[in-house]
Design a protein around this ligand. Structure first.
Ligand code: PSV
Ligand code: MN
Length: 392
């Protein structure tokens, strides 16, 4: 008995898949040693959306853009609603609002976990302001990542810091509207090197569990120890109904923020298989990118990233579930493994080309982008002003 999903079902799932691109990936970024400026880089949140609209136009799969506050701050009352309208006019919507409590001098010893109540209160005000922004943009998700932690044993009380974290999270949770969620992101290390206050999925999950169903865990694929089985975490969180979304990127060493699927496409496939298996493709899981394009051209790198997620998803959808279940039930280790590998080794590029043709777009997004002349247009037009980048 086989039950390989029929092609029309696979194509329908691929047509429906949406991948959120991050506003900051369109700006300049770098390593801690150097930021290399590129010509034509956006200078405003609006120009970032102009670039994001190109990614969506050529892929048909990137309809939302995540903002990072204050990097994408717009002034004036109604500013964020106007930005949402600007996005809409370009066929986009604004996605997750990413809070930023990691770049102010006050946060040297932490934000919501800081020993000083005044700093904690400043950080909480920012998080609550982000929910106000969500109200204006119509965003569903607030993404919380805390750089909080300590560098030296004894520097601060680990337990007290968890209490402070819980207090802040609870205040934010209470402020969320009925259709809003908070996505709590974890990271093993960096910038803190001894303890991070949310170092792993277990810590994030424990806090989310106490808060309620609107609190969900977000898995940034670059935030684990080398060798961590990320697909297991994905399977478990989905099973518990607590996988809020992904920050996709890839890494060779630490939090490299390279293009998703570049370093380890097989891992991305294994993750997407667990997503498909756990019903995550048709639930509220947010598929976001969180990447930096330091040496490569940014827009085509983002197009490539979207295509990499689509390819991994297509392969995951092609896994013959019936054959796999049969092999697993009979304890046929090699047959079970072969079912997964058959799907992984399928060339899904022709299938995705057909999906794009069904959507009425060019089957080759990268070639279409290069032909469009957009790269030269922004180099010619975006002259003067301050380019967006880390901190802007
Ligand atoms: C932290 O490393 C992180 O993954 C968080 O999601 C931040 O918001 C983002 O990177 C900034 O690029
Ligand atoms: Mn992230």
């Amino acid at each position: 008995m086989t039950s390989r999903a029929d092609v029309s079902t696979v194509k329908a799932a691929l047509r429906a898949q949406a991948i959120e691109t991050p506003s900051w990936a369109y700006g300049n970024s770098g390593t801690r040693f150097k930021v290399f400026a590129q010509r034509g880089v956006p200078r405003t949140p609006q120009e970032k959306l102009d670039d994001a609209a190109r990614v969506h136009e050529h892929t048909g799969a990137a309809p939302t853009v995540a903002l990072h506050i204050p990097w994408d701050r717009v002034d004036g009352s109604g500013g964020y609603a106007e930005l949402a309208k600007y996005a809409e006019e370009r066929g986009l919507r604004l996605g997750a609002i990413n809070s930023n409590v990691f770049q102010d001098d006050d946060y040297k010893l932490g934000s919501v976990c800081h020993p000083d109540a005044a700093v904690r209160s400043k950080a909480l005000d920012h998080l609550l302001e982000c929910v106000d922004i969500m109200d204006a943009t119509g965003s569903r998700d607030l993404k919380l990542w805390f750089s909080d932690g300590t560098n030296y044993p004894g520097q601060d009380d680990i337990r007290a810091r968890q209490d402070r974290l819980a207090q802040a999270l609870s205040a934010v949770y209470e402020r969320l509207g009925d259709h809003q969620r908070m996505l709590l992101e974890y990271k093993l290390f960096e910038p803190a090197f001894y303890t991070m206050d949310v170092p792993d999925w277990g810590t994030a999950y424990a806090h989310c569990l106490k808060l309620g169903e609107k609190a969900q865990v977000v898995v940034d694929t670059g935030h684990h120890a080398p060798g961590t089985n990320i697909e297991f975490i994905v399977a478990l969180l989905l099973r518990e109904g607590r996988l809020g979304g992904f920050d996709f990127n890839s890494r060779f060493y630490a939090d490299d923020d390279l293009m998703v699927g570049a370093a380890d496409p097989f891992q991305l496939f294994r993750i997407m298989y667990e997503v498909v298996r756990g019903g995550g493709l048709t639930s509220d899981v947010a598929f976001m990118l969180d990447q930096c394009h330091n040496i490569e051209a940014k827009i085509p790198a983002i197009i490539r990233s979207v295509m990499n997620v689509q390819e991994a998803t297509a392969k995951a959808l092609l896994v013959d579930g019936g054959a796999l279940a049969e092999a697993q039930a009979s304890g046929d280790v090699l047959a079970a493994n072969a079912v997964l590998m058959d799907a992984y080794n399928t060339d899904v590029r022709p299938l995705l080309a057909e999906v794009r043709e069904d959507l009425g777009i060019d089957p080759d997004p990268m070639a279409a982008y290069h032909r469009s002349g957009w790269a030269q247009k922004i180099i010619d037009e975006r002259v003067g002003g301050a380019q967006a980048g880390w901190g802007a």
